[in-house]
Design a protein around this ligand. Structure first.
Ligand SMILES: C[S@@+](CC[C@H](N)C(=O)[O-])C[C@H]1O[C@@H](n2cnc3c(N)ncnc32)[C@H](O)[C@@H]1O
Length: 243
């Protein structure tokens, strides 16, 4: 990643050093909105929802935190005795994670993780990071890869946002546009922006629970449990199929 592409990391570094840091997300239909970060990426467990905390109670053993950001989940789990490896595409995010105490954080894309990282008991994808599955094809490829990287009772604990739980016409129109383009409704094409920093455009996959079930079909994983507080976001505990 070129330095001027690390919008996410730069915003986190500025936030860490009390210099602001309002990250924007731009969608390919021209919508630009604050992402909620970096504040949320630094948030304290005391402000997390009961569902988030319950989802984390399903974490077992050695953990891979995919897209660890500023390390809030990795730190929470480390404090509870888990060995955690955090990976993030953003060098700035990894620097922030390390400065905040994450013992093992590495600059790496979700597409680059593999057996050289060792075997994990749980893969965590918080902050809507099920979205890093990007599209149906990549989701099935990553799910097979995650299966090989995890122990016999391995699991994925992921957060997603159901894109259809909205009445806002601009979002509903975007879902229709996506379907016309042969994409899933919530397959958003976005980039993060901060000051003059811009990430490259990338696909982020927002799925409903039934779409998540559909993606898992034919993979060696099944959706064991979902936790939702009635918000559009929900947490999924995904386990290895018993067969
Ligand atoms: C919404 S933030 C979530 C951060 C953290 N998981 C949390 O819950 O606070 C998304 C993170 O995913 C990272 N990311 C984006 N694309 C990625 C990729 N292809 N591989 C790994 N991390 C990625 C971003 O740099 C960012 O830190």
């Amino acid at each position: 990643m070129k330095p001027e592409q690390d919008a996410v990391g730069r915003a986190m570094l500025d936030f860490l050093e009390s210099r602001g840091g309002c990250e924007l997300v731009e969608r390919d239909d021209g919508t630009i909105e604050p992402s909620g970060g970096p504040e949320i990426y630094f948030s304290d467990p005391s402000s997390w929802s009961p569902e988030a905390l319950e989802a984390l109670s399903h974490v077992r053993g050695r953990v891979l935190d995919v897209g660890c950001g500023a390390g809030r989940v990795a730190l929470f789990l480390q404090d509870r005795g888990h060995e955690v490896v955090g990976v993030d595409l953003s060098p700035g995010a990894v620097e922030v994670s390390k400065r905040r105490g994450v013992k093992d954080a590495r600059v790496m894309s979700v597409t680059q993780v593999g057996p050289e990282l060792g075997t994990f008991d749980t893969i965590v994808m918080f902050g809507n990071n099920f979205g890093l599955m990007a599209n149906g094809r990549r989701a099935r490829w990553l799910l097979r890869k995650f299966h090989r990287m995890t122990s016999k009772s391995g699991r994925i604990v992921a957060e997603s946002l159901d894109p259809y739980r909205t009445t806002e016409e601009r979002h509903l129109a975007y879902h229709r546009l996506n379907r016309r383009r042969g994409r899933m409704g919530g397959q958003v094409r976005i980039r993060a922006r901060y000051q003059h920093y811009r990430t490259p455009w990338f696909d982020y996959l927002l799925v409903s629970e039934s779409e998540m079930r559909g993606l898992l079909e034919g993979t060696p994983w099944c959706l064991e449990k979902t936790l939702t507080s009635g918000e559009p976001t929900y947490f999924a505990v995904i386990e290895k199929s018993k067969t």
